[in-house]
Design a protein around this ligand. Structure first.
Ligand code: BGC
Length: 766
């Protein structure tokens, strides 16, 4: 009886259980079911939580970059999990020069230091896409092993003006170099199954009032200069994500611009990934959704509410939101978090340091080497001047800075190589640096101009003693900059104190028949024309990452023959820059508008076309050997579909070395105004032994011949004669040949997009 009475109750309890687990089972799961199916069953609140990141913690000293939910402490942001659909959260971390996470965690004996890679500007100066890819492969491994899903980089804005505080994070003044370098980095990183976020899309070329400044740019300059690199990177590498920038372009925030994010990025270029904002970028969350900016970072409750309200009131079509959510989910599907990757938290930092050192040496640029002062003689006695000789600047500040376990200063690299360092100067500099660091301990995050350690005063007696005791002087000039502020003209120019000391040291050494080598530990161009005659050799070491001092010693000693070349012009003086008059915009102090009236004449496009002398031109760099350029051949005297140029490079010196070869094109001036020449392709030889040759192949595609015709909204190649110029730099053309394009060619018709609302009085080359 009892049993019978209980049976129905037991049955119904079982069926309830079965029902609820059925209901659970019936919910579509990410990875098993169609993303659209999941989106269909999500509540509006869930959707709003997916398109906004998990937020950002604010500490006592302002925002704590990252630690949105502490999954990877110190990471910049996260995306939200929704467990009932099997959607995991993902981790986004800065930055372009290394994984920026907290190196020590409370109560955890383990450390999480990361590799500081050489900055983007140095990597680009290698002109070596396979080297950059190999850095990316190692970098991606570190990203994955520290539990990060997306690295917020590479940075790839155009170095429009040398004072931009974030230039060090970017590659070049030229979009072809920027695009190919970014693609190589993205391909390398993503080969690990982790994502990248190419940034800041687009025209974020200044830090001054970056959150609101309206960059007023012609459609042509946008297409040819400011968007072209991103286009190349998207087409060649399909980054998981793109980060929109803070600024406006022609009146609209980039994160709210459907012209930029939908018409151009997705419809024209075929971008398949997700777009995220820069941190707190833009104003209007609903407009961002409509524009195709899928993810709002770091994400705020206000943004979520605005989106929910907009759907409820009918001002945001839920179909638009669904598409944003789908893109976020499709991104999550590709991440280690989704694969439940069991990260080790122990990347091989030693192996990565070796790669960082190699890359650093490959991107340094030898600017001067009179009477073959370099490489240094073995065991030479060296007098090291400048704080930078004793404390290296590995990279810039802000979100691009990396927490490293150690850095190698130049003195340590040189000592390890057997050079003898002048002890008097060493003691003086090291004591001053130590005292300064005690008084001003480094902060975990600096926004705004970073503080440089003041140079100690070196007396005339100290200089002359050092000159008497040493075989050679090495003088390091240091500069640093970073997110949140542009550099000032005083930072571009050497200070009076620097010039005076440099001259005194040069004079003292020269008086004794000894030489002076200058090392530049800087992140962007500085003025050099007024003082470079005083130095016998100049090595541009850039900001070379944590192994910097070893890499500098590798080059100074000749273990590595320098093969880097400038991917950015060093103007003779700041005022020569075509953007100097308009940077960083008006009104002064707090510019709301920045008019790019130099148009397409950025960097060498300007200096070459207008015959303005530079200190060191784009593409320039010396080697410890010499190369001859021979046998330029074009695949055809007329262009149809594709044309290749072959050129044979021979090492005619006594040391093994590599040469960077650049292909510039001079297009006919029949239609549009054109620069006198533009870089269209580049290649680097392998390590050539003395006497050895290599034939390089450089390819031209139809778009390489074309300019952007605004009236036609099309890339058009004008009929006529084109000159292929093969150069060792933009000012050192070694060989040239003509080919003809028989008929004007519309290479690509695009949409009218991003048109300025005001007339721009643009510079013309006619
Ligand atoms: C920077 C980005 C960075 C982000 C997250 C912003 O301030 O502009 O480059 O990725 O912060 O830290």
């Amino acid at each position: 009886m009892k049993a019978v009475r209980f049976l129905p109750a037991i049955i119904s309890a079982f069926s309830l259980l079965a029902l609820s687990s059925n209901a659970q089972q019936k919910l579509p799961q990410l990875g098993k079911d169609r993303v659209s199916e999941i989106v269909k069953q999500m509540t509006l609140e869930e959707k709003a939580s997916v398109i906004a990141g998990t937020g950002m913690r604010f500490g006592g000293n302002g925002p704590v970059i990252g630690e949105a939910d502490g999954r990877v402490p110190g990471a910049a942001g996260n995306t939200m999990n929704v467990n009932r659909f099997g959607i995991p959260g993902t981790v986004l971390s800065d930055g372009p020069a290394g994984v920026r996470i907290d190196p020590v965690h409370k109560g955890d004996a383990k450390t999480y230091y990361a590799t500081a890679w050489p900055v983007g500007t140095l990597l680009a100066s290698s002109w070596d896409t396979s080297l950059v890819r190999s850095v990316g492969v190692a970098f991606g491994n570190e990203i994955r092993e520290y539990g990060v899903d997306v690295i917020l980089g590479p940075g790839m804005n155009i170095q429009r003006n040398p004072l931009n505080g974030r230039n060090f994070e970017y590659f070049s003044e030229d979009p072809i170099v920027s695009g190919y370098m970014a693609a190589a980095m993205v391909n390398g990183i993503q080969s690990n199954g982790v994502g990248t976020s190419i940034k800041h899309f687009a025209a974020n070329n200044q830090e001054t009032n970056r959150n609101a400044v309206n960059a007023i740019i012609s459609e042509r300059a946008l297409r040819e200069i400011y968007l072209r690199g991103f286009e190349i990177a998207v087409k060649r590498a399909q980054p998981y994500t793109v980060m929109s920038s803070y600024n406006k372009i022609n009146g609209t925030y980039t994160s709210e611009s459907s012209d930029l994010l939908t018409v151009i990025l997705r419809n024209e270029w075929g971008f398949k990934g997700m777009v995220m904002t820069d941190w707190f970028g833009g104003k209007d969350a609903v407009a961002q959704m409509k524009a195709g900016n899928d993810l709002l970072e770091p994400g705020t409750p206000r943004q979520q509410k605005a989106i929910i309200d907009a759907v409820n009131s009918g001002t945001l079509d839920v179909k638009v939101l669904d598409q944003n959510v789908e893109r976020v989910l499709n991104y999550i599907l590709k991440t280690p978090a989704f694969r439940k990757y069991n990260f080790s938290s122990s990347p091989d930092l030693k192996a990565h340091a070796a790669i960082s050192r190699k890359a650093a040496a490959e991107g340094m640029v030898l600017l001067k080497n009179d009477n073959a002062v370099l490489p240094l003689k073995k065991g030479a006695k060296l007098a090291l001047f400048g704080n930078g000789s004793y404390k290296i600047i590995t990279g810039g500040t802000g979100s691009g800075e990396v927490h490293v376990a150690y850095t190698v200063p130049t003195i340590d690299g040189l000592t390890a190589d057997g050079y003898v360092i002048n002890p008097g100067l060493q003691n003086k500099y090291q004591a001053a640096i130590k005292a300064d660091l005690l008084a001003h301990p480094p902060k975990p995050l600096t926004l705004g101009p970073p503080r440089l350690i003041p140079e100690p005063e070196i007396t005339a007696d100290e200089i002359s003693a050092a000159a008497a005791q040493s075989d050679l002087g090495v003088f390091t000039i240091s500069r640093n900059a970073g997110e949140g502020a542009d550099r000032k003209i005083d930072d571009f120019n050497l200070s009076d104190a620097e010039k005076t000391l440099l001259k005194a040291v040069a004079d003292a050494f020269h008086a004794k028949g000894k030489k002076l080598v200058v090392v530049l530990n800087i992140g962007g161009a500085i003025e050099m024309a007024s003082w470079n005659t005083g130095a016998d050799a100049i090595l541009l070491a850039w900001q070379p990452g944590l192994e910097g001092g070893n890499a500098i010693a590798d080059v100074l000693s000749g273990v590595v023959n320098p093969s880097g070349k400038l991917a950015t012009t060093f103007p003779a003086k700041y005022e020569d820059e075509p953007s100097a008059k308009s940077f960083p915009g008006t009104p002064a102090g707090h510019p709301t508008e920045s008019v790019y009236n130099e148009g397409i004449y950025v960097g060498y496009r300007y200096f070459n076309s207008f015959g303005v002398k530079t200190a060191y031109p784009f593409g320039y760099g010396l080697s410890y050997t010499n190369f001859s350029y021979n046998n330029l051949k074009l695949s055809s005297p007329t262009f149809s579909k594709k044309l290749t140029a072959t050129v044979t490079i021979t090492n005619i010196g006594k040391t093994a070395g590599k040469e960077v070869v650049q292909l510039y094109l001079s297009a006919p001036h029949t239609g549009l105004d054109k620069p006198s020449e533009e870089l269209k392709a580049f290649a680097k030889t392998g390590l050539l032994k003395p006497g050895e040759s290599q034939t390089l192949i450089l390819t031209l595609n139809p778009k390489d011949l074309a300019s952007f015709n605004t009236d036609a909204s099309a890339w058009i190649a004008d009929a006529g004669k084109y000159e292929v110029k093969i150069g060792a730099s933009s000012e050192d053309i070694k060989l040239a040949k003509w080919f003809t394009l028989a008929k004007t060619l519309t290479v690509e018709k695009v949409h009218k997009a991003l048109a300025p609302q005001v007339a721009i009085d643009e510079l013309k080359n006619k």
